[in-house]
Ligand binder design. Structure first.
Ligand SMILES: Cc1ncc(COP(=O)(O)O)c(C=O)c1O
Length: 366
């Protein structure tokens, strides 16, 4: 079979998602399972969003609006941009693949940090081969090291991914560092700010969303998602904002009807519910602080996080800890797939989920 396949595809290490609850239930014959593996928002979606979803079901024999017009219009208004500066994708992952296909020319490469979201590498490798992907070590605080990344920018660098806050470390790059970096990167590069966890950042006043830089005409693409704080991971909706020339190029590679009718309606409805977002962020802050303290009490090294997850370093091998937890009905995520073989990532759940995780963690570590 391999001789039939595009050689770039052979170089891809497939993305390993958190195990589905159903698989673990079947495998270990368990009654209760708690999944804290994919950074989803576990607070049930608000009633207005559930209502919009049910209502839209009556129309699903028809294709969706390929242009995502109403959703784009709302997003443009909320972000203070014209309509032609927004594009919607089937999750931000679709947009990552689209932007690599659109901008990376033969011989050029993608630059980012090590220990970050693995889909940048998958998208690059699929399109241009593994050699087109370059990662730079993090600093000692497990943060993107923008100075080192800047030093490695050369004529062949085309796209630079900055994940802020980063997955899986949960660390944030400070606003001054981001601003200076954007100022210093040559104009013929594309900087992608992946802001998937933006809403969880404690100090929003000091956060560089990238919108001012887009307004100033920089080659910046901001990625946002409805999969995290909006609680719509199962519907696959993300969006990108950039200057009109960039969005118009991305539109050339966009598959028609890429976002479902239900997804578009649900996203629109969720934008009308600020309260759910605020409640989710507050709850996350409280639950995260408690979880962090409980884990540290168990003697674990845990990285303070500006997101809805925590990276930690168990004394025993993560693969072993993972199996022990799975047998107890807890699904979390070994961080090996993100380039951190000694780490594990746990999503901050609701109080009851976190308590279950801590109880089982205590049991399997003792
Ligand atoms: C940094 C980062 N970007 C993008 C995504 C993908 O989000 P989506 O569900 O919108 O494809 C994730 C999901 O975990 C993520 O962690």
């Amino acid at each position: 079979m391999e001789s039939l396949v595009n050689p770039n595809v052979l170089q891809i290490s497939p993305y390993v998602p958190g195990k589905p609850v159903e698989d673990i239930q079947r495998e270990f014959n368990l009654k209760k399972i708690v999944k804290l593996a994919s950074n989803e928002n576990l607070l049930p979606i608000p009633a207005n969003v559930a209502h919009a979803i049910r209502d839209e079901l009556q129309q699903i024999h028809c294709y969706p609006d390929s242009d995502n017009y109403y959703l784009r219009q709302r997003l443009a208004t909320l972000n203070n941009l014209p309509l032609d500066q927004v594009i919607v994708g089937a999750g931000s992952v679709e947009l990552i693949h689209m932007l690599v296909r659109t901008f990376l020319k033969p011989g050029e490469h993608v630059l980012t940090s090590e220990k970050t979201f693995s889909l940048y590498k998958v998208a690059t490798t699929e399109f241009a081969g593994e050699a087109a992907y370059r990662e730079i070590p993090m600093d000692e605080n497990l943060c993107f090291d923008l100075e080192s990344i800047l030093k490695r920018v050369d004529r062949q660098t085309k796209i630079i991914f900055i994940t802020n806050p980063n997955n899986p470390t949960g660390t944030l790059v400070h606003s001054n560092a981001i601003r200076q970096f954007i100022q210093k990167v040559p104009h013929d590069k594309i900087i992608v700010l992946d802001n998937a966890y933006q809403e969880y950042v404690d100090n929003q006043e000091d956060y560089v969303s990238g919108l001012d830089e887009i307004q100033a005409g920089k080659n910046i693409i901001v990625l946002r998602t409805f999969s995290k704080i909006y609680g719509l991971a199962g519907l696959r909706i993300g969006y990108a904002m950039a200057k009109p020339e960039i969005i118009s190029m991305l539109n050339r590679v966009k598959a028609p009807f890429n976002v479902t009718r239900v997804g578009q309606r649900a996203a629109l409805a969720s934008l009308e519910n600020e309260d759910y977002k605020k409640r989710s962020a507050n709850l996350n802050r409280i639950n995260k602080a408690k979880l962090l303290a409980q884990m540290e009490n168990l003697g674990l090294r845990v990285i303070p996080s500006q997101t809805n997850f925590l990276l930690f370093f168990p004394e025993i091998a993560p693969a072993e800890l993972n199996v022990r937890l799975l047998k107890e009905g807890v699904i979390i995520r070994p961080a090996a797939g993100f380039g951190i073989p000694e780490g594990m990532r746990v999503t901050v759940g609701l109080e009851e989920d976190n308590e279950f995780f801590i109880e089982k963690l205590k049991k399997v570590l003792s």
